[in-house]
Design a protein around this ligand. Structure first.
Ligand code: PGA
Length: 263
């Protein structure tokens, strides 16, 4: 039986003061539900403060990305080594807002991100996170045009196979995968729960094919994309969905708490 996991991705939101206030109200509600794993991913600058506030909470500290090299001349990057030092438990990797070609937008800004992650860089980042025993949350998902062209399954297969290339199952024991259709992120148009469940089931099969069956049974597959307190239960009830990756609704303590309490 997989423990449910609900992750709040704060993205580029919350000053230090706002982060403090949000964490304090979250702990108040969320800590009553100890049977669900919960993590919040603040900005890098709020991380140490949030870690201190969470000291007596079961909410874990997460990060939104990590670079694959440990130290060096990589202006603006933060490494898994640094996240480990701060006390990070989970790290999102390959979020669609970070995939795309750095400095060369080949698609409209509204459909894909700016930061250059590819399946290969995601694979390197996963390696680095696992080396530092940080639990990765690997994001995969298709754009609207890919869905309209019937490419959803092929895109996700390439993302999973590319990200997991070269790993043994044992190395991936703490992996989670989040299915996040790009067109559902921040739009208010969540994926149909049956379709999300189908894709999450396919992801589990792909993990089994890329590694081993026992790992696929243990891996948590989350849904993300306009998860709200009103629709979260619909996703969490589905057999292949083990929790959620929540953006906008994680910035409101009450909304996020209700999502966790309903998990
Ligand atoms: P959203 O974002 O919940 O605001 O749609 C989800 C995500 O990008 O992880």
């Amino acid at each position: 039986m997989r423990t449910r996991l609900v992750v709040g991705n704060w993205k580029m939101n919350c000053t230090l003061r706002e982060s403090t206030a949000l964490v304090e109200s979250l702990m108040h509600y969320v800590d009553t539900r100890a049977d669900v794993d919960v993590a919040i991913c603040p900005s890098f600058v709020s991380m140490a403060k949030v870690r201190d506030l969470l000291r007596n909470s079961h909410i874990k500290l997460g990060a939104q990305d990590a670079f694959w090299d440990n130290f060096g001349a990589f202006t603006g990057q933060v490494s898994a080594a640094m996240l480990y030092d701060v006390g990070v438990t989970y790290c999102i990797v390959g979020h669609s807002e970070r995939r795309g070609r750095f400095g060369k937008l080949e698609v409209p800004r509204s459909t894909l991100g700016y930061f250059g992650d590819t399946n290969e860089t995601v694979n390197l980042k996963l390696k680095s996170l696992l080396y530092y025993s940080i639990n990765p949350i690997l994001c995969v998902g298709e754009t609207l045009s890919e869905r309209e062209e019937g490419q959803t399954d092929a895109v996700i297969e390439a993302q999973i196979r590319g990200a997991l290339a070269g790993f043994d199952a044992a190395e991936l024991a703490f992996l989670s995968v989040a299915y996040e259709p790009v067109w559902a992120i921040g739009t208010g148009h969540a994926c149909d729960p049956d379709e999300a469940d189908r894709v999450c089931g396919m992801i589990r099969n792909l993990v089994a094919e890329s590694t081993e069956d026992w790992l696929a049974d243990d891996v948590r597959v989350l849904y993300g994309g306009s998860v709200k307190r009103e629709n979260a239960g619909e996703f969490f009830r589905r057999p292949n969905i083990d929790g959620g990756l929540v953006g906008g609704a994680s910035l409101d303590a009450k909304d996020f708490s209700l999502i966790v309490l309903g998990a």
